[in-house]
Design a protein around this ligand. Structure first.
Ligand SMILES: OC[C@@H]1[C@@H](O)[C@H](O)[C@@H](O)c2nc(CNc3ccccc3)cn21
Length: 452
């Protein structure tokens, strides 16, 4: 970047988390179990048998964590609601204690000048609904709309930015096709059905919001630009399929009212006939789209997958703990593609970050305070925020940045093995220690990006 970056007035600087990954106490105060409570307690499903039983103990430490956000200067905080705290059976009976937890959290955020950005669903379906077929049941759209309406009635006005779903692609690719995530199904036939019902649920929740809410609602997707590993026709076809499968499978129905044509070929006999009226439900006017960006996908033809496409690991820049390539330009390319494909819909980067090897906490300055020196994370964040600035200069209406994540937390099936936080969590003592990246990010926020 040649000159000092200037971000638009009102550009929102925040951080993101998710209920199951930080809260702990999943069954406290009459909450019901979720599919992740069940999945993590199933032997062999998570690394080291790690569960969300304690996590970051945020359910009890929420007030201190909001104080930490204030001290870091966050302007916004993206979090998710654990559906089964509010509706232990998924529908019907409301658990007031669960609703009160989120109401108190929102009030504390507002009292500290932090804008809440609420995600209704971040993967933790009530187990009682999974027992009724979960996302494979077409009734799931009604279940989700009922839950969403409970939350709108309780919090709308205090919460002014709502997200229906976090990453429908991961929910179905992980939970229904490959089985690595809850509920752990492995079925090419189930995956498109779960995807479709998730998008029907998204549409039903937006429709309910238009009747009950008065502010902003959007969808969050994880998308990554796909680049062919070579200019061979086979790799180019594979890249197109991978792009349709991850990047268009959810945005097309939500914003264009149709699926990309490649999906019928990708799923073959497993691709159902969809009722036309479903797309009238799915396609709803959105106030914004959230994009979660971590890396790109270099893609080659590979007949051993249903997709007939595989990712090619890039040798040089995969020093993240997840092995994901560091490729900031992919974020610029993606944001420009989004605008070119779907038009001028406001965008938030609702997740971006990296799990890096973090050295142990040490009193490196001799001032009695622990420090975590994470220069690689700072470098990653700096380059990706600069990539957003490049997209803004190219005309993309990016409204904010939510760093993933505020805290080290439970990385789903990978347990506590990956640390994405800008704040270190000692899981034995629950002590929080802002890493160097947290102090750096505070400076970025204070300077509105000019200190990049
Ligand atoms: O993996 C880091 C975060 C995760 O902790 C969040 O809960 C989730 O919203 C999230 N989504 C991605 C996007 N990529 C992804 C790819 C394959 C499997 C899982 C996530 C990364 N992350």
């Amino acid at each position: 970047m040649s000159q000092v970056p200037t971000f638009p007035d009102g550009f929102l600087w925040g951080a993101a988390t998710a209920a199951h990954q930080i809260e702990g106490s999943p069954l406290a105060d009459d909450a019901g179990p979720s599919i992740w409570t069940r999945f993590a307690h199933t032997p062999g499903m998570t690394l080291n048998g790690d569960t969300g039983d304690v996590a970051c103990d945020h359910y009890r430490r929420w007030k201190d964590d909001v104080r930490l956000m204030r001290d870091l200067g966050l302007q916004a905080y993206r979090f998710s609601v654990a559906w089964a705290r509010v509706l232990p059976d998924g529908t019907g009976r409301i658990n007031q204690a669960g609703l009160d937890f989120y109401s108190r959290l929102v009030d504390e955020l507002l009292a500290n000048g932090i804008e809440p950005l609420l995600t209704l669903y971040h993967w933790d379906l009530p187990a009682a609904l999974d027992d009724r077929g979960g996302w494979l049941n077409r009734d799931s759209a009604d279940w989700f709309a009922e839950y969403a309406s409970v939350m709108y009635r309780a919090l709308d006005g205090r919460v002014k930015k709502w997200v229906t779903l976090n990453e429908p692609w991961v929910i179905t690719d992980g939970g229904y096709l490959h089985g690595a995530l809850a509920p752990g199904h492995r079925s090419l036939f189930e995956a498109p059905i779960a995807s479709h019902n998730l998008m029907r649920a998204h549409g039903a929740a937006v429709r309910a919001y238009r009747e009950a809410g008065a502010h902003e609602i959007g969808l969050v997707v994880n998308i990554e630009p796909k680049y062919p590993a070579s200019d061979s026709e086979a790799d180019r076809v594979a890249t197109r399929r991978a792009h349709a499968y991850m990047n268009e499978q959810y945005l097309h129905p939500a914003l264009l009212g149709r699926y990309p044509e490649e999906l019928e070929d990708v799923f073959g006999a497993a691709w159902p006939e969809w009722p036309k009226q479903d797309f009238e439900l799915i396609r709803q006017q959105l106030d914004f789209v959230g994009i979660n960006y971590y890396t790109r996908g270099v893609t080659e033809a590979n007949d051993s997958y249903p997709l007939k496409a595989g990712s090619v690991r890039q040798p040089l820049a995969t020093y993240t703990e997840t092995g994901w390539e560091v490729y900031p330009k992919g974020l610029t390319d993606l944001l420009v593609w989004f605008k070119q494909t779907y038009g001028d819909i406001p965008v938030y980067v609702t997740e971006n970050g990296a799990a890096m090897y973090d050295p142990p906490i040490a009193d490196v300055d001799g001032d009695g305070r622990g420090r975590v020196r994470d220069p690689l994370r700072i470098d990653y964040l700096r380059k990706h925020i600069a990539a957003i600035h490049d997209a803004i200069r190219a005309g993309v209406d990016v409204r904010g940045y939510m760093l993933w994540s505020l805290l080290d937390n439970l990385e789903w099936s990978l347990g506590y093995s990956k640390r994405f936080g800008m704040v270190h969590v000692n899981y034995a003592t629950q002590e929080r220690t802002p890493k160097d990246s947290a102090h750096w990010y505070s400076g970025v926020i204070r300077s509105h990006g000019r200190s990049l």
